[in-house]
Design a protein around this ligand. Structure first.
Ligand SMILES: *[C@@H]1O[C@H](CO)[C@@H](O)[C@H](O)[C@H]1NC(C)=O
Ligand SMILES: *[C@@H]1O[C@H](CO)[C@@H](O)[C@H](O)[C@H]1NC(C)=O
Ligand SMILES: *[C@@H]1O[C@H](CO)[C@@H](O)[C@H](O)[C@H]1NC(C)=O
Ligand SMILES: [Zn+2]
Length: 493
């Protein structure tokens, strides 16, 4: 067995000699050291991150002039949520190794309120020495706040999406002007990997990584992007291959990811003109494989379609160039978020007997990937490349699955609501509850009858019934408004 390993690692090392990658933003050479060690001694996997992280020359202090410090960033975010309190809130998902809060701005017309809407997240500064993203994300937030009452795209985002912005995942690395966090770990190699048990050791997982993982377990994000620097390209899964060699390795949603990556590159001023990357996009593994990355983990475990965006060849350009870089990326950043509303199949899953939302599953024929409807509202958001017909099936335990065919045009989204019938339907009477909230149901009324005298009871019943009526009307109106605003074709299955 060790002979086989030796031969494999020899073959692998030889392969590297013929395909040395450029020193690039997602990783560069340290990945190769990492991978070779992994072949030779798998017990080193867990610690390789600490022992062999690359020592790049640190950018000079002079270069940081004009960039926000962590303190400046924190203040800018607090000022933003004060200035734009109507459409935003500030929260933290944890702390860095050195105790700096990982602040997030949420932007929505109902920030902090759970709605039947898709959510998008932007994460910047995963690598401490790639600070352009954190600057652009603050500009994005401010631009949306300044324009959502006059710009249709900004308005669409505020009304139909919950946009979460984490400008800096690695504030400690930023202060040190280094790629890794304060424990010298590359956060974009710290996630559990689908092919190799790189980061199974929970004790070694970094607080920043844990914060992201908990965030995803508590929020349902439909899509996301992390912003890096050192190249100009939109990178999509898979990031790694099973045999550690470098080639195009498509994930089940390859077409959808290519479509999303192209939204970014083609809306960008010059990303799609790249000579190195056709159309300004790349499959991660065909560029250079990495393991333990955030992107693949998001897609596999978070139900979230994540891109890794390299937004500037120069990792630390002079601050005077930031306004131009922002202009180059502005439409890309907006269009990527808006794609959650403008494309794909969306809807809700209900049960026929009570009309109650079912947190069911949605699959598309020919694509080995399951999208979950939300636990509370049972809304689902299935991103798909346009210009095709799709067979969409909704299911929920104890109910008969239903399938429908939708045609996704080039420039629209489809709403498909599913009403499922229980599997062991005894043919009993269908009953619709008075209103959709169970708290207005019978137990409450019965209690009123038992505990109060008749006159008061009657008055209370009238009031409760009227409130239910108003609530239901409002819900219907909101649903109607939502459909109007996104101009979707809509079917109920
Ligand atoms: C792997 O590395 C560990 C220490 O890092 C060492 O104790 C062990 O002997 C190595 N195993 C092999 C098979 O080389
Ligand atoms: C895009 O524009 C930037 C800034 O002008 C330039 O540095 C870069 O080389 C350009 N890239 C491509 C692919 O045109
Ligand atoms: C579908 O994907 C799962 C992993 O998510 C895998 O275990 C399974 O083998 C795949 N099925 C097919 C038919 O490829
Ligand atoms: Zn990076």
């Amino acid at each position: 067995m060790s002979k086989l390993r030796f031969v494999l690692s020899l073959l692998f090392s030889t392969a590297i000699c013929f395909s040395l990658p450029p020193i690039a933003a997602r990783g560069g050479h340290s990945d190769y050291i990492h991978a070779v060690l992994g072949d030779g001694n798998s017990s080193l996997y867990g610690t390789a991150r600490h022992l062999f992280s690359q020592e790049e020359p640190r950018p000079s202090l002079e270069l940081t002039r004009g960039y926000m410090t962590n303190g400046d960033l924190e203040k800018a975010m607090k000022d933003f949520t004060k200035r734009c309190s109507k459409i935003s809130r500030l929260y933290s998902i944890g702390k860095s190794v050195n105790g700096f809060p990982l602040w997030v701005i949420e932007i929505s017309d109902k920030p902090g309120v759970l709605e039947a809407e898709p959510a998008f997240k932007y994460v910047g500064n995963v690598h401490g020495d790639e600070p352009v993203g954190r600057e652009l994300l603050l500009r994005l937030a401010n631009w949306i706040c300044d324009n959502y009452e006059k710009d249709p795209l900004a308005q669409m985002i505020v009304e139909n999406v919950h946009l979460h912005i984490l400008p800096s995942l690695n504030p400690d690395g930023f202060t040190a002007r280094k790629r890794n966090n304060a424990n010298n770990v590359d956060l974009n190699r710290d996630f559990p990997d689908q092919f190799f048990p790189v980061n199974e050791n929970l004790g070694l997982r970094q607080p920043e990584t844990r914060a992201i993982m908990t965030w995803l377990s508590e929020n349902r994000f439909t899509a996301s992007a992390t912003l890096h620097g050192g190249a100009l390209v939109a990178n999509f899964p898979w990031d790694g291959t099973e045999d550690k060699r470098k080639y195009y390795y498509p994930c089940p949603d390859d077409e959808t990811f290519r479509f999303l990556a192209k939204i970014y590159s083609k809306s960008h001023r010059n990303m799609s003109l790249s000579k190195e990357f056709e159309e300004g996009i790349t499959n991660g593994a065909s560029w250079y494989p990495i393991y333990g990355g955030m992107q693949d983990w998001n897609y596999i475990h978070g139900g979230c379609f994540e891109l890794t965006l390299e937004i500037s060849d120069n990792k630390w350009p002079p601050a005077s160039e930031l306004p131009t870089i922002w202009e180059y990326n502005r439409m890309s950043m907006l269009n990527l978020v808006a794609s959650l509303v403008k494309t794909g199949v969306h809807g809700r899953i209900f049960s026929v007997d009570e009309g109650k939302p079912l947190p069911g599953l949605v699959v598309v024929k020919g694509i080995n990937y399951t999208v979950k409807a939300h636990q509370a509202y049972a809304d689902y958001h299935r991103l798909l490349a346009p210009g095709q017909k799709y067979e969409v099936t909704a299911s929920s335990p104890g109910y008969k699955p239903k399938t429908t065919t939708v045609w996704l045009g080039e420039n629209d989204a489809v709403t498909a609501d599913f009403i499922l019938i229980p599997e062991a339907s005894s043919g009993g009477k269908l009953r619709r509850s008075i209103c959709d909230c169970s708290s207005c149901g019978q137990p409450l009324l019965t209690r009123f009858f038992a505990e109060t005298n008749n006159g008061i009871t009657f008055a209370l019943v009238v009031v409760v019934a009227f409130l239910c009526f108003l609530l239901q009307r409002r819900m219907r109106f909101n649903l109607w408004k939502q459909r109007q605003s996104s101009r979707r074709s809509s079917i109920t299955v």
